[in-house]
Design a protein around this ligand. Structure first.
Ligand SMILES: *[C@@H]1O[C@H](CO)[C@@H](O)[C@H](O)[C@H]1NC(C)=O
Ligand SMILES: *[C@@H]1O[C@H](CO)[C@@H](O)[C@H](O)[C@H]1NC(C)=O
Ligand SMILES: *[C@@H]1O[C@H](CO)[C@@H](O)[C@H](O)[C@H]1NC(C)=O
Ligand SMILES: *[C@@H]1O[C@H](CO)[C@@H](O)[C@H](O)[C@H]1NC(C)=O
Ligand SMILES: *[C@@H]1O[C@H](CO)[C@@H](O)[C@H](O)[C@H]1NC(C)=O
Length: 366
């Protein structure tokens, strides 16, 4: 686990935070969204769940009081910038920080470093609170750096907020137009009721275990990509022109446990798309109980121009429905999963989520 590396840093931080006299900040009324009461209930919950395997790791960091920070463009909160709120969180943060973001369009590029675990970003609804930036792979020399928000911390949560990369749709033949809205590279992250909006490369699910619940994801080419091990449940996937492929999962070895699972999602939009392309030789993606509009290419999956990948990828679907879901024309190297084969993908177990998702967002109906 990554944070054992931070052991000594945490000790230093404990001393520092005593010296700096951290503000516990019970902001009583006026904060919208999840209340302080609910947040305290979370703390109570995780304090009484000591038997959970992840709890001990988590709990030793939750001994200090929680902090609530309000961000409001109009100036009624602690900050008018979300990044300033993140910057105010102490280095090697060891207690939960709850950043409430009032409605508005926040034009800023956000970064949550690996030293700032336990941050929850809470908007006022994904149609009200937006984080927007517009870097592209070409403008910053890398897809990785193009993200409007980049998260390297562990136990990150975002609720009811939109993340957008506002770069326009790539013109045909123009290179370097990948524009990431969110890059998530920290382990144990939960996204609930969020939106991810962009074109090419919207959601860089780079590494770690992640749970996306009731989210909206919009893009055109390889717009859910990376080596994450993630469960997307109840999400709305919306395809915009010029469409290419929904996923580009990059699992690179037979022993890696990464992969994308889409459960009870919907796929709609404009164009003709693949369900996935084999960015990694052992790319793994499955769709279950998912509605598919008639925008899916009959063959479903693409080998990234390398036929040898056809024997090493794992692509499949189970109980999907709608005009795009028919399996008759699918590539012979993809799977129509049996009940038995589908089982590992039908629950939070795929991401070992029973033990940590309730710690990150308490009260989330699973
Ligand atoms: C999230 O946003 C929805 C829609 O605006 C609202 O109904 C819900 O109460 C919000 N949830 C939280 C936890 O703020
Ligand atoms: C945020 O502002 C409120 C009201 O001014 C204040 O009571 C609280 O301590 C501030 N919290 C932080 C974390 O600065
Ligand atoms: C982002 O938007 C700004 C303001 O409209 C513009 O000046 C800039 O060129 C845009 N960046 C990219 C990479 O498109
Ligand atoms: C991108 O790379 C070029 C050439 O190496 C360099 O001149 C430029 O400063 C780089 N831009 C950024 C944003 O790093
Ligand atoms: C599937 O998702 C819809 C909303 O997207 C939700 O209403 C329904 O309860 C979900 N069903 C299951 C079995 O998860």
């Amino acid at each position: 686990m990554a944070y054992s590396t931070f052991g000594p840093v945490l000790l230093i931080n404990a001393v520092l935070s005593v010296l700096l006299c951290q503000v516990p900040a019970a902001l009583a009324a006026e904060q919208g969204g999840t209340t302080e009461k609910e947040f305290k209930a979370w703390l109570d919950y995780i304090r009484t769940t000591e038997s959970q395997p992840h709890f001990k790791e988590f709990a030793h960091k939750v001994k200090q009081p929680s902090t609530t920070i309000v961000v409001d463009l109009k100036g009624t909160g602690n900050f008018t910038s979300i990044q300033k709120a993140i910057d105010s969180v102490p280095f090697a943060n060891a207690n939960p920080v709850y950043i409430i973001v009032k409605p508005g369009v926040y034009w800023e590029k956000l970064q949550i470093p690996a030293t700032k675990d336990f941050i929850t970003l809470q908007g006022h609804g994904r149609l009200k609170t937006f984080v927007v930036w517009n870097d592209t792979a070409a403008s910053v020399n890398s897809t990785y750096l193009s993200a409007s928000i980049a998260v390297d911390a562990q136990y990150f949560a975002a609720m009811n907020i939109s993340f957008q990369n506002a770069v326009p749709a790539p013109a045909p033949g123009v290179e370097g137009q990948q524009g990431v809205a969110l890059r998530i590279s920290g382990d144990n992250a939960v996204f609930y009721g969020c939106a991810f909006i962009g074109h090419q490369g919207t959601l860089y699910d780079q590494q770690g275990k992640h749970y996306f619940r009731d989210c909206y994801i919009e893009g055109s080419i390889d717009f859910i990509f990376g080596d994450g091990r993630s469960l997307y449940q109840g999400c709305e996937i919306h395809v915009v022109p010029v469409a290419g492929s929904i996923t580009a999962q990059s699992r690179s070895s037979a022993t890696s446990d990464s992969g994308f699972v889409f459960l009870n999602c919907t796929i709609s939009g404009t164009g003709v798309v693949y369900l996935g392309r084999a960015w990694g030789r052992y790319s793994r993606v499955v769709f279950l109980y998912t509605y598919m509009e008639s925008i899916i290419r009959p063959e479903g999956w693409q080998n990234w121009g390398d036929p040898t990948r056809e024997s090493t990828v794992y692509y499949g679907q189970y109980m999907c429905y709608g005009p795009g879901a028919g399996t008759d024309g699918r590539t012979p190297w993809s799977h129509a999963l049996t009940d038995e084969e589908a089982k590992p993908f039908l629950t939070l177990d795929f991401i070992q989520g029973q033990s940590w998702v309730p710690l990150v967002i308490p009260g989330l109906r699973l």
